[in-house]
Write a protein that binds this ligand. Structure first.
Ligand SMILES: CC(C)(COP(=O)(O)OP(=O)(O)OC[C@H]1O[C@@H](n2cnc3c(N)ncnc32)[C@H](O)[C@@H]1OP(=O)(O)O)[C@@H](O)C(=O)NCCC(=O)NCCS
Length: 141
């Protein structure tokens, strides 16, 4: 399994049928990590796709492989890349990193003047974010 086995796309209306599977996987992984991640509804995820604020990945055989979306606050002054999830059968192949790269580029294209940040408690995501040039800050100011 290598990164060239996957395609990474800006999600659109044709991907709404994957919203349920994505939410199910988010819930399973949140439970197994024991984190208090907010539960996202399939409607919420579908809406992100319709707004052009999400990235979806597929294996070349058509299996759903990963997802991430953009959240904005304060009139789009702040942008976060949220809800990163990789299908468990495709983990540790560099896919999360590739999805994060794509969603970061999409965030820059859509919101060139905003501050981009990510919220995470996970080591894998910390690593990816550091490589993208994010700087760690604490939750409080
Ligand atoms: C976290 C997650 C997105 C990583 O996906 P992935 O495709 O396996 O990640 P990558 O292969 O791109 O790995 C990126 C880096 O993190 C490391 N990594 C991956 N999973 C890891 C883990 N569980 N613990 C520690 N490091 C990990 C990799 O070794 C790699 O580091 P490297 O560049 O030094 O080799 C995936 O495990 C997942 O969907 N988990 C459940 C949901 C979740 O935790 N989402 C993040 C919420 S903030």
């Amino acid at each position: 399994m290598q990164i060239t086995d996957f395609k990474i796309l800006v999600a659109g209306i044709e991907h709404i049928r994957y919203a349920q599977q994505i939410c199910d996987e988010m819930l399973v992984s949140a439970k197994s990590r024991g984190t208090g991640i907010a539960k996202r509804s399939p409607e919420y995820v579908a809406n992100k796709m319709l707004e052009g604020k999400a990235v979806i990945a597929f294996h070349t055989d058509g299996t759903w492989a990963g997802f991430c979306y953009i959240e904005t606050w304060s009139h789009e002054s702040f942008v976060a890349n949220s809800g990163l999830i990789v299908n468990p059968i495709y983990r540790k192949a560099g896919l999360a990193k590739a999805i994060k790269n794509r969603i970061f580029a999409l965030s820059r294209e859509k919101y060139p003047d905003s501050k981009i940040f990510g919220l995470t408690t996970g080591l894998a995501v910390m690593k990816i974010n550091s490589e993208l040039g994010y700087e760690p800050v604490t939750y409080s100011v």
